[in-house]
Design a protein around this ligand. Structure first.
Ligand code: SF4
Length: 510
């Protein structure tokens, strides 16, 4: 039982430092030795509360964080295991969680994960059976089991959030999902990567506004010109690096020695700003060869942290017209209208939303006026195979036409303002946006608007954005695949029957 990270986070006088390590694609040899060595150096240094180990970053195969993490854990160094939803279904994920519990590694960073990359003979199948909200909830369920089996050392799940979204809809979608993650049981938050102090501050203020008191750790990455370029070009989903930073680092790295100094200084200044504005720690990334870079960052942080205000102007690159929930220095009132501005959905989209919303209210809610009538009808149709087939066909045509329905049988459109998570989102997110959208567009299909951004626009047109922050939507019930979702809803077989998972009523003030 190693609880260094948890204890350090609970200590109000401690500024927590975690270090992200990226295992390579080998099972032994130089890349493995490098990760082990950096972790051992971090342990000797004594300033790192835990190392976090990535889980197939970029969706490409790499050494399992569980295997290398366990090696490091045995050294006495606490570990945060990144746990994505991309590569395994819920059965595999539960099994993996049990394995981690057995190995004693209970700090989990629950992530949806980047989209699937390339493995053996091409791109892998994207799974995304659960999302990060479901995963956190599953770990909570496992915690009950661990405790009842006599293990007091339970999972300590955390989550990620990206404040670096520059439209109101994407920002709202991120914070609404953070609310759901918290309600599901997240215990700490680590931010995505960005260099905008005002956005970092926005996250702290919005969490206060929502009444969320989770400790927040800010990401600080020691950039090189190559990584800065990669992130600027959008090839690292969710990471935002401005053109100015790329140009500045490229200039400074003409001499690699002073370039390295400049990169460390840049990261140390951001760390000082984060500490100054109230983050409870930093999550250091970009350390690949030796721990020395991280050590120098921390040394420099100790020297300059008192001057953090002077560095704020260096972290202010934002797109023109970028959205801020708190545009002014102390503009707390802006939360009163955050997420409540009516967005323009467009005529067709708005009309489709309005029709589907009315239909839903008339017959597809438990308290809808026509629900008892439909329930009776469904009972009769459900008795015979031909009846079931008839309803299936009647449902199939309009839903395919209007929603691109994939016949999952467990319809979730009401949670996404009547958009389909199966056809509209490559990761099938039922609880909110992943962190990968850019300028409102999907991480995977950059010619398509993110379905959650569209959902926000629709919800905002009917003053219902708060629905995006309510409870937890359970994962799709695969046993209903290729059956009629109308029958399943009216006969109480779909996810609405999982009342304890839905937790409707719980929500944040957003
Ligand atoms: S959520 Fe399922 S049933 Fe509903 S429209 Fe999408 S695929 Fe069809």
């Amino acid at each position: 039982m190693l609880r260094v990270f948890q204890n350090d986070l609970a200590d109000p006088d401690r500024f927590v430092v975690t270090l992200e390590l990226v295992p390579g694609r080998e099972s032994s040899g130089r890349s493995v030795e490098q990760v082990r060595r950096i972790a051992a150096e971090a342990f000797d240094d004594g300033r790192i509360s835990a190392v976090s180990i990535t889980d197939n970053p970029g969706g490409n195969p790499a050494l399992s964080p569980d295997a290398i993490g366990h090696d490091i854990f045995k050294l006495g160094m606490d570990v945060i295991v990144h746990f994505t939803c991309r590569d395994m279904n819920r059965v595999g994920m539960e099994s993996r969680a049990l394995q981690l519990a057995m190995m004693g590694m209970k700090n989990i960073l629950a992530l949806t994960g980047d989209y699937t990359g390339r493995g053996f003979c091409g791109q892998g199948a994207p799974v995304f059976d659960l999302d990060s909200v479901n995963l956190i909830s599953m770990l909570g369920m496992l915690n009950d089991r661990l405790e009842s089996s006599g293990d007091p050392d339970v999972f300590y799940p955390g989550c990620a959030v990206s404040p670096f979204k520059y439209s109101e809809g994407e920002s709202f979608a991120q914070y609404a999902k953070l609310c759901r993650k918290t309600l599901a049981g997240a215990r700490f938050v680590i931010t995505q990567l960005g260099y905008d102090a005002k956005k970092f501050r926005e996250l702290i203020l919005i969490m206060k506004h929502m009444g969320l008191s989770l400790p927040v750790i800010g990401s600080v990455y020691i950039l090189t010109p190559a990584t800065a370029r990669l992130m600027h070009s959008g090839q690292v989903p969710g990471a935002i690096v401005s053109r100015r930073i790329v140009d500045d680092l490229t200039g400074r790295w003409k001499d690699p020695t002073s370039g390295r100094e400049a990169s460390v200084e840049h990261a140390a200044r951001l760390a000082a700003v984060l500490k100054g504005i109230g983050y409870c720690g930093i999550h250091i990334g970009g350390v690949h060869r030796s721990f020395d870079m991280a050590a120098r960052l921390l040394d420099r942080l100790a020297e300059i942290e008192g001057s953090w205000r002077n560095f704020i102007p260096e972290f202010g690159d934002s797109p023109e017209d970028g959205f801020y929930a708190f545009p002014g220095e102390e503009d707390r009132d802006s939360t009163n209208h955050f997420g409540k501005v009516k967005a323009n959905t467009g005529l067709l989209d708005g009309a489709g939303y309005s029709i589907l919303r009315k239909l839903h209210r008339t017959g597809f809610r438990a308290d809808a006026p026509l629900a008892p009538f439909f329930r009776n009808l469904c009972r009769n149709f459900d008795k015979k195979k031909a009846g079931r087939r008839l309803v299936y066909l009647a449902e199939d045509f309009p839903k395919k036409l209007l929603l691109g329905c994939r016949r999952c049988g467990d319809c979730a459109i009401e949670h996404l303002a009547f958009l389909c998570p199966e056809s509209g989102c490559p990761k099938h997110m039922r609880n909110g946006a992943c962190g990968g959208s850019r300028d409102g567009y999907c991480e995977v299909h950059d010619d398509r608007l993110c379905v959650w951004y569209r959902a926000w626009r629709r919800f905002s047109s009917s003053n219902e954005t708060g629905r995006m922050a309510e409870g937890m939507i359970p994962p799709r019930m695969w046993e209903l695949d290729q059956t009629s979702s109308w029958l399943n809803f009216h006969l109480g077989r779909d996810h609405h029957s999982l009342k304890s998972c839905m937790k409707q009523g719980d929500s944040c003030k957003l």
